[in-house]
Design a protein around this ligand. Structure first.
Ligand SMILES: [Fe+2]
Ligand SMILES: [Fe+2]
Length: 174
């Protein structure tokens, strides 16, 4: 991240703080969703607990990576930068759904929305690293974006499963 960081340290730190805010929020969202899935009788979802847990742990690891990068560029991971605050505000709606008594179908709808934004954020950082010719950052960001793509594939599949039941089989959301 050194080469990209040199282009505009303050703005790159802001972007990394944005990712960090998103990753920290994602861990909380996954924890709440996992708790609800484990307590449910939804057999299909219970089979996915291990995979969901793995994705939750990757969010945490991504957050740790962001913290390291911010420190390496001379920033403070706890600083509420402009984009970190933006993400916190954007996430409030998702948290409202997931931390409420919402049915699992709605929780996964919200988690899928979080993953869409998460993917977009990492893809934007990767695009900047490419433009700056920062090969090291590019490789590290590609690896993390691959994880994010897996997360999104899974939440998309789960939302699709609920929609199929609601639309094709006339089940009420649960
Ligand atoms: Fe993430
Ligand atoms: Fe993710």
């Amino acid at each position: 991240m050194e080469k990209l960081g040199r282009t505009n340290p303050e703005k790159v730190i802001d972007l990394l703080c944005e990712r960090l805010a998103a990753e920290r929020a994602a861990v909380k969202l996954y924890d709440a969703v996992l708790k609800k899935v484990k307590a449910s009788r939804h057999t299909q979802l219970k089979k996915l607990v291990r995979e969901l847990q793995e994705h939750r742990d990757q969010e945490e690891a991504h957050g740790d990576w962001c913290e390291e990068q911010i420190r390496a560029l001379g920033g403070d991971p706890e600083e509420k930068t402009e984009k970190a605050l933006l993400v916190e505000t954007e996430t409030q709606g998702l948290e409202q759904v997931i931390f409420s008594d919402a049915p699992l179908s709605q929780m996964f709808h919200a988690l899928n929305t979080a993953e869409l934004a998460d993917n977009a954020g990492w893809a934007q950082l990767l695009g900047l690293a490419e433009q700056a010719g920062d090969e090291e950052a590019k490789a590290e960001l590609e690896e993390r974006l691959e994880h994010e793509e897996e997360h999104l594939r899974l939440t998309h599949r789960i939302v699709g499963m609920f929609l199929r039941a609601e639309v094709m089989e006339g089940e009420s959301s649960a």
